[in-house]
Ligand binder design. Structure first.
Ligand code: AKG
Ligand code: FE2
Length: 494
């Protein structure tokens, strides 16, 4: 201590270049001035020193204890998610009954990060992070060329149906159900309350009308056809808005005829069962999905079958969410009947989407993520100056991220955030995506959706119920309930 003070004193003097005093006088002065040589100073320093050492030791213990716990839970996760260890018949209730069960979520680290994944024995796949918002990955060669062929052929054999019927009367029915007057609708749409409706105000809140995708051009056409916008300024007063009543709108569209390109979605699709007794290729794909997502096989077994989609030249799917938002009054399609809820709304609850490209498309057909990794999400700014970012026929080039279809590649993403407690949280708004228009050739994709109810209790009850069925397979009614929120005829289809 004294030696150190002395050195410091020497150094200090040297540095300032002042005339130096004898060393013992310097030390004395310093000790007198700052009293750093006093006994109490020494005691204080020693106390701090000991507290510091005790803290460091405590920290080391903490780190050691925590990592042991993590290892333990990781090995428990692996046991739960290892397909070979989970008996699909009784696993659902077993797995979800542990309240400490956490839904695995793969880490993205950062965009461009590549990690090895073991999906098939003897072969490693590389998985690249494409975006963090949503958490989105790409795995080239997930399917072999032969597997892609088999899936397309099986879908052909099964028969594909139009993904969207030409005209749906959903809007009219909803308005009737909600019992809203034109004035009330006008008020709801008039976001800036200037007593006139700009086109963006209409499009932001009502982009789809009777299954038709509304664009500024279609709106202008409808205004002109119904002579609604008398002065042609693109703005509607309440009087003008009344002329757009549901019936007039519907009649106008029927007269004009609706082209497929005006629909939200222009494709054909079918569903392929992947459970016991299904084609080996389909079962293998399911097993690989289980390994990829690290989810308990029971969850994947009880999810929707594989959806195979074919787009012809000119086909598209405007940007959408595969899952609905989480509201208390909304039930999930897949658990709704099983848990017998009486909530007024129903939505698809698809925790994960795995999208497989079954062919390489000659032109167009990319999967677009308009707002991936945006700093913020703002619904209103999705349409600006006639540019609608959700329109995959026109504005795919303005999307933040586009994935080019390549035969055998899979992409997968999470449609929900985590709730921070190991279960499903809020819908991830950044997971907005769509299929860009196919400009040359055809496009084949398949979707594997993994259904999880954000309400943990509902999911548990559903799984319990299914496991109590005498001979449940994913062909049974309980699981086909989950198949497609958009296709009510699915029961017969499977
Ligand atoms: O075709 C694509 O690229 C996307 C398909 C899609 O989003 C869907 O089928 O839900
Ligand atoms: Fe989708």
């Amino acid at each position: 201590m004294t030696a150190q003070s002395r050195e410091d004193a020497e150094e200090g003097a040297g540095a300032s270049g002042r005339a130096t005093l004898p060393l013992n006088q310097q030390t004395e002065r310093l000790c007198n001035k700052t009293s750093i040589c006093s006994r109490s100073y020494f005691v204080v320093v020693m106390v701090f020193f000991h507290v510091y050492i005790v803290n460091v030791i405590a920290l080391l213990f903490y780190v050691h204890y925590n990592s042991a716990q993590e290892d333990d839970s990781r090995s428990r996760d692996t046991r739960d998610t290892d397909p070979s260890n989970v008996n699909s018949r009784d696993a659902p209730s077993k797995v979800l009954h542990q309240r400490d069960f956490s839904l695995p979520r793969i880490e993205g680290i950062r965009v461009g990060h590549v990690q090895k994944v073991s999906l098939t024995p003897g072969k490693d796949h590389l998985m690249r992070t494409l975006s963090m918002k949503p958490l989105l990955f790409e795995i080239p060669e997930f399917l072999s060329e032969d597997e892609c062929q088999v899936v397309m052929q099986l879908a052909h054999l099964k028969g594909l149906m139009e993904s969207q019927l030409m005209v749906q009367r959903d809007h009219e029915e909803l308005v009737k159900e909600l019992n809203l007057s034109p004035e009330e609708i006008f008020n709801l749409l008039d976001v800036n309350q200037d007593e006139q409706l700009q086109m963006t105000e209409i499009l932001t809140h009502s982009r789809v009308r009777d299954g038709i995708w509304l664009t500024p051009d279609t709106l202008r056409e409808i205004y002109a056809g119904l002579k609604a916008d008398k002065n042609g300024d693109g703005l509607l007063s309440i009087e003008e808005f009344r002329l757009l009543s549901s019936d007039a709108f519907q009649r106008f569209l029927q007269q004009k005829g609706v082209k497929k390109s005006q629909l939200v979605r222009n494709s054909r699709h079918t569903w392929l069962y992947q459970g016991e007794g299904a084609h080996k290729v389909l079962q293998d794909i399911k097993e690989r999905v289980i390994r990829l997502t690290r989810l308990p096989s029971a969850l994947v077994d009880l999810s929707e079958p594989l959806q195979v989609v074919r787009y012809e030249e000119g086909g598209h799917y405007h940007a959408h969410h595969d899952s609905g938002p989480v509201y208390p009054e909304t039930a999930c399609t897949h658990t709704r009947l099983a848990v017998n809820t009486s909530t007024p709304f129903e939505t698809s609850c698809r925790y994960i989407t795995v999208l497989f490209y079954l062919n390489s498309v000659e032109g167009g057909g990319e999967t677009a993520f308009p707002v991936a990794d945006n700093r913020t999400y703002d619904e209103v700014s999705l349409i600006q100056n006639d540019v609608d970012l959700l329109d995959t026929r026109k504005n795919c080039d303005k999307s933040n991220l586009r994935v080019k279809p390549k035969k055998g590649t899979a992409v997968f993403w999470y449609n929900y955030l985590s709730d921070g407690k190991g279960w499903v949280g809020e819908q991830d708004e950044y997971a907005l995506h769509g299929g860009c228009v196919v400009t040359h050739g055809t496009k084949w994709v398949a979707n594997k959706w993994i259904n999880v109810d954000p309400d943990y209790q509902r999911q548990t009850r559903y799984q319990q119920l299914v496991s109590q069925q005498p001979d449940h397979t994913d062909e049974d009614d309980t699981s086909t309930v989950s198949s497609d929120a958009h296709s009510s005829s699915l029961h017969q289809d499977l």
